[in-house]
Ligand binder design. Structure first.
Ligand code: C2E
Ligand code: CA
Ligand code: CA
Length: 716
């Protein structure tokens, strides 16, 4: 409205008197001189029309009888012209009019008739009232015109605005949308009007309940609400990034006006700038800044997850020589090539950066062991340290790598980078072409672990493993129940290695899967042999590690070997630890069900050391509980451990499970267990794991007072 100038109605209106007779005009003039109007007197219809064209006449006193053009004709012409169509006319006539002519007068637009002679005060009143009426009419007319103009103006502003504008009612529905809004959402205005505003909002994610949304809440508070980073869904299924501003309209309107600014171009530019700021133009890898960012966000993530990661700092050996002698162009191409090679040797979620001339850094996320970083470093060095061919020019490079592990070598971006950098210098100093950990201890650990891993691989190839068999005895009768197969590594130099040392490594490297098949085969074969010696009731227990237990083909593998050796599945017992079962309850339940279906027995190993022993017993179908030897070794001194042991024994009896006490070393322990109704035991008291020779002479029935191997040294 501010842009539209109000044209005000002149305060004094013009009163036009038309009469062909001079004396009448003079008389009228005398009569009407005084008044809040301006008087114009003309003596013909033509002059009257002329006057009305020139000025805004408020009221015409029109003589009916005039030569040339009578009053009716004047009135008719006036009504034909929009300018004078509504100008009120009072006809003035000297002669008495017939009814007909009066009607004719009104028909041509008169608003009144005055017959001469007339009462001047009545005339003045009439004039006054008519002028007043005319003034109101023309004011109203002007207002209407102005309103139309203002409305057209507003509409054109809304129609032509480049920003999307919507009016959203307090119920969250769009009451109005301008064309730009419709264009932005790729629909028509009528598609938008009546629909829910929130249904277009993809992000930020907000509650779908309008009354709980920030839009509504801020509106209730009478406050403007801005969202700089929103995304809207278009009706064609696309998305537009927008900035939204929502302002409450005056209370009575129960609505808000929402402006949406299309940010596609801005955001795209922003992203471009941002990615330029963090990438290295030459290699397309991250630059120093990008690497800092990646490391920073990894650190904030990892602090919560408790995982490990490592920063590798790689410096090319011999690059400067090539760059100086063959030129920067070759140098650049070489760097690009190295970048590609390094990238190819990393996992997709590792970050790689070139943070200086010939210095690269890598962030290795979610590592299980620091040794994994060493393995990757080795791979990177190997990748780089080959002969590179650059359009016919042969060059050789090398690389030195420093490794810093989180959290051991640093917990901040700077700390980790500095540690990795220092380790890299150490690698260079001690002869290049190698990797170094920041900490000495880790260097040693990594080396021995990698060596152990290597020799484990060899041991598997060379069949350096054997199984020994530890007898399980019924406490009451002294009868042999069966044997537990225990793995031994016959190391060429170190001698017999206990499984505690290498089983965890076999598990981590998944080598256990290769060895597992062999253990099943050797164990089951042995069991079949032993059945001939001890009878078909004999049970063989096989340990199944968590990794093995998690393998879907476990049951199939066992079935095949059982069938091959025609062994009754009830003669085979599978020992699983609590922790293996707890990895994934559902899968475990299924695996146990399958094992049960196969017909093998199931024992829980090291029972009592897990954390939810009682809770899960209900869920699993089992045959045997093996009490962990820790409880057995302490039970005679510790009432608590004694309580645990007797509770497990009772529990087993109540659930109909066999209970085996492990690690029984003394007669006192045996007697205590017998007194507490434990059914079965195994342990050094009777025998350690026995080799084939020893088993041959092992009795099917023990005499507790004359134990066969009492005084022999344990073999395991
Ligand atoms: P485990 O299943 O609890 O095996 C029992 C361990 O207790 C064996 O150690 C055994 O030699 C030892 N032991 C038996 N009687 C006594 C005793 O009276 N006193 C003491 N102090 N120890 C006794 P080993 O052979 O060193 O095995 C250690 C662990 O390695 C086993 O614990 C088992 O979890 C795992 N393991 C052994 N063989 C295999 C195998 O073939 N496959 C898998 N996956 N794991 C195996
Ligand atoms: Ca066991
Ligand atoms: Ca055990």
């Amino acid at each position: 409205m501010a842009h539209v100038q109000l044209k005000s109605v002149p305060s004094t209106q013009i009163l036009l008197v038309v009469d062909d007779r001079q004396e009448n005009l003079v008389a009228m003039q005398a009569l009407l001189e005084e008044g809040d109007w301006q008087l114009r007197c003309v003596d013909s219809g033509e002059s009257a029309l002329q006057c009305m064209l020139e000025e805004d006449v408020g009221l015409v006193l029109l003589d009916v009888q005039m030569p040339h053009m009578d009053g009716f004709e004047v009135a008719r012409l006036m009504r034909g012209n929009p300018r004078t169509r509504y100008t009120p006319i009072i006809f003035v006539s000297a002669i008495a009019q017939t009814q007909d002519s009066v009607i004719k007068g009104y028909a041509t637009g008169a608003v009144d008739f005055m017959l001469k002679p007339f009462d001047s005060s009545v005339l003045r009143h009439k004039i006054h009232a008519l002028l007043e009426h005319e003034r109101n009419r023309s004011e109203l007319l002007q207002l209407t015109q102005q309103l139309d103009t203002a409305r057209a103006f507003n509409a054109s502003v809304l129609d032509n605005a480049a920003e999307g504008i919507m009016v959203v009612g307090e119920d969250g529905r769009i009451n109005f949308a301008n064309p730009a809004m419709a264009r932005m959402l790729e629909g028509s205005i009528s598609d938008l009007e009546g629909s829910e505003m929130l249904s277009y909002l993809v992000s930020p994610q907000v509650t779908s309940d309008w009354r709980l949304s920030e839009f509504y809440l801020q509106w209730r508070r009478g406050e403007a609400y801005r969202l700089h980073d929103a995304n809207l869904r278009t009706l064609n299924g696309g998305q537009v990034p927008v900035a939204l501003s929502c302002s409450p309209l005056p209370r009575l309107q129960h609505a808000m006006v929402v402006m949406a600014l299309d940010m596609s171009v801005v955001r795209h530019l922003h992203q471009q700038l941002e990615s330029q700021a963090i990438t290295d133009a030459l290699t397309g890898l991250l630059n120093r800044r990008g690497f800092y960012q990646a490391l920073e966000s990894a650190l904030s993530r990892i602090e919560r997850s408790g995982q490990r990661m490592a920063v590798l700092y790689l410096d090319l050996d011999g690059f400067k020589r090539i760059n100086d002698s063959l030129g920067h162009d070759v140098g650049d191409r070489l760097l690009k090539l190295v970048g590609e090679q390094l990238k190819a040797s990393l996992r997709p979620y590792d970050s790689l950066a070139r943070i200086g001339g010939d210095e690269f850094t890598a962030l290795l996320d979610s590592l299980e062991h620091p040794e994994d970083a060493a393995r990757i470093a080795e791979k990177l060095i190997e990748q780089v340290s080959v002969r590179h061919n650059l359009d016919g020019i042969e060059v050789t490079l090398g690389a030195s790598v420093g490794i810093a592990c989180f959290p051991e070598c640093g917990q901040t971006v700077e700390g980790l980078l500095r540690a990795a950098d220092m380790a890299m210098y150490e690698a260079k100093r001690t002869g290049r072409q190698q990797y170094r950990f920041f900490s000495q201890e880790m260097n040693g650990r990594a080396r021995s672990r990698l060596m152990l891993e290597e020799s484990l691989r060899n041991a598997i190839e060379n069949d350096d493993f054997v199984l020994v068999y530890q007898p399980q005895i019924y406490l009451e009768s002294g009868r042999l129940r069966g044997f537990e197969a225990l793995l031994r590594w016959q190391h060429r130099v170190a001698g017999t290695v206990a499984p505690g040392v290498f089983i965890p490594l076999l598990e981590e490297t998944r080598l256990i899967n290769r060895l597992g098949g062999w253990i099943f085969k050797a164990g089951i074969e042995k069991c079949q042999q032993l059945s001939q010696q001890f009878g078909n009731e004999l049970v063989l227990s096989l340990n199944v590690s968590p990794v093995q237990f998690g393998m879907p083909q476990l049951v199939d593998d066992l079935r095949r070997v059982l069938e091959e050796h025609q062994l009754n599945p009830r003669q085979l017992e599978v020992e699983v630890t609590e922790s293996a079962l707890m990895q994934d309850l559902e899968t475990s339940q299924e695996q146990l069900r399958q094992l049960r279906k196969l017909g093998v027995r199931i024992a829980i190993d090291d029972f009592g050391t897990g954390y939810s022993s009682l809770a899960y017993l209900r869920h699993f179908e089992l045959d045997t509980l093996k009490i962990d030897r820790l409880f057995i070794s302490n039970m005679l001194d510790s009432p608590r451990d004694a309580a645990v042991v007797s509770t497990i024994i009772d529990l087993g009896r109540n659930l109909g499970l066999e209970v085996i006490a492990e690690g029984v070393e003394t007669m006192a322990q045996r007697d205590w267990l017998a007194a507490h109704n434990c059914a079965i035991m195994q342990g050094f008291l009777v025998a350690p794991g026995l080799n084939a020779e020893h088993i041959k002479t092992f009795p099917a029935q023990l005499d507790w007072h004359n134990l066969p191997l009492r005084n022999e040294k344990p073999a395991g």
